[in-house]
Design a protein around this ligand. Structure first.
Ligand SMILES: Cc1cc2nc3c(=O)[nH]c(=O)nc-3n(C[C@H](O)[C@H](O)[C@H](O)COP(=O)(O)OP(=O)(O)OC[C@H]3O[C@@H](n4cnc5c(N)ncnc54)[C@H](O)[C@@H]3O)c2cc1C
Length: 292
C-alpha cells in the first residue's frame, strides 16, 4: 500500500502555534519536518497519524546553527545539507561533516532535518550516534515550558523518545571545550545507505593523555547509541593506538547487534570494534591539529 491513510494537515506559523496545534489535535497528531522518514512510514501504513503539524515555516526559529557562549547550537529544523555546509559546526566538531557526507543522498539531505533524525529514533540513524558521541543536550518545549534532555536520555527504544506527543524538539546544544577532536566512521553496503555499523568519537587531550572521551555507535544495538564502558576505560589513559584498540574491543563487547540483511552478529561486532578504533585515531589526530 503506497497511499497514506486519511489525515488532517495544519501548517504552524510559530513554535507557540505548533505546540498549540499539537495540544488541540491530540496524541495521534505528529509533527512533520522534512518528512523523509514519516511520510514513507505513512505510505506503508507503519504510521497512521490522524493529523500532521508541518513545521517547515519555522526555519527562522528552528533552522539556525550558531555559537551561543560556550555552546554550539544546532536548530532542530536544520537540514542535513546545511549542517554539512556549516563552517562553524565543522570547525568545532568535524564529526558532523564526516557523518553528513555519508547520510543518504543529496535529495534526502536537502530536506531531512537534524530534529527529524533524532526524533525518528531509528536504531540505524547516524546523527543519533554523533550527538551521543559529543554528549549533546536536547532542548524541547511543550505546553508546560522548556526542558533540557541529555541526548543520551532522549531515546527509550527503537522509534521511541521521551518527548511527549505535544512536545517539540527545538535545538541541540553541544559544549565547546578546547583540546578536542572528533570523527565518524561508517560502513554501508552502498553509497547513501543506512549503516551496517558506524562509530563516532569525540576526544579531549591533555598533552598525550585522554582527558575526556565520547563514543557513539549506530546499528549495533548500543544502549542510547553510546559506549560508556569504553569511554570510562579511555579517560586517564595515554592517547595511543593500544588504548584506542582496547576501547574498541570494550565497545564491541557491550553492544548488542542483531543479524539482518546487512550482516551477521559477529561481523557487526567486529565493525563496532574497528570503527570505534578508527574514529578514536582520527579524533586524536585532529585534537593534535593534524588532519587524519
Ligand atoms: C532514501 C533514504 C536514505 C536515508 N539514508 C540515511 C542514512 O544513511 N543515515 C541516516 O541516518 N538516515 C538516513 N535516512 C533518514 C533521514 O536521515 C531521515 O529521514 C530524515 O533526516 C529525518 O528527518 P525528517 O526531517 O525528514 O523527519 P520527518 O520524517 O519529518 O520526521 C521523523 C519523526 O520525527 C518527528 N519530528 C520531526 N521533527 C520534530 C521536532 N522538531 N520535534 C518533535 N518531533 C519531530 C516526526 O513527528 C516523526 O515522528 C534516509 C532516508 C531516506 C528516505
Amino acid at each position: 500500500m503506497q497511499v497514506p491513510a486519511p489525515f488532517t494537515y495544519e501548517r504552524a506559523t510559530s513554535v507557540e502555534h505548533a505546540i498549540e496545534l499539537l495540544g488541540q489535535l491530540g496524541p495521534e497528531a505528529r509533527v512533520v519536518a522534512g518528512g523523509h522518514s514519516l511520510i514513507p512510514m505513512m505510505k506503508l501504513r507503519l504510521a497512521r497519524p490522524d493529523a500532521l503539524v508541518d513545521i517547515n515555516a519555522l526555519g527562522a526559529e528552528l533552522g539556525q546553527i550558531r555559537v551561543d557562549g560556550t555552546d554550539l547550537v544546532i536548530g532542530a529544523l536544520t537540514r542535513h545539507a546545511d549542517l554539512l555546509r556549516s563552517a562553524v559546526a565543522g570547525e568545532h566538531f568535524p564529526i558532523f561533516h564526516d557523518a553528513e557526507k555519508v547520510i543518504a543522498d543529496p535529495v534526502v539531505r536537502n530536506f531531512g532535518t537534524v530534529g527529524g533524525s533524532l526524533c525518528q529514533a531509528d536504531p540505524a540513524e547516524d546523527l543519533s550516534a554523533v550527538f551521543a558521541a559529543v554528549d549533546a543536550v536536547a532542548i524541547a518545549r511543550g505546553p508546560g515550558g522548556v526542558r533540557q534532555v541529555p541526548v543520551r536520555e532522549l531515546h527509550v527504544g527503537p522509534y521511541e523518545t521521551v518527548l511527549a506527543p505535544d512536545e517539540l524538539l527545538l535545538e541541540l546544544r553541544v559544549r565547546i571545550r578546547p583540546g578536542g577532536g572528533s570523527a565518524y566512521e561508517k560502513v554501508e553496503r552502498r553509497v547513501g545507505d543506512y549503516a551496517v555499523a558506524a562509530g563516532g568519537a569525540a576526544l579531549w587531550l591533555d598533552g598525550d593523555t585522554v582527558s575526556g572521551a565520547g563514543i557513539g555507535l549506530t546499528a549495533v544495538g548500543a544502549a542510547h547509541f553510546a559506549a560508556p564502558e569504553a569511554e570510562a576505560a579511555l579517560v586517564g589513559q595515554p592517547a595511543t593506538e593500544e588504548s584506542f584498540r582496547a576501547a574498541g574491543r570494550i565497545a564491541a563487547e557491550h553492544c548488542n547487534p542483531t543479524a539482518d540483511q546487512r550482516g551477521p552478529v559477529d561481523y557487526k561486532r567486529h565493525l563496532a570494534a574497528e570503527l570505534t578504533t578508527r574514529a578514536l585515531r582520527r579524533a586524536a589526530a585532529r585534537a593534535r591539529g593534524q588532519e587524519a
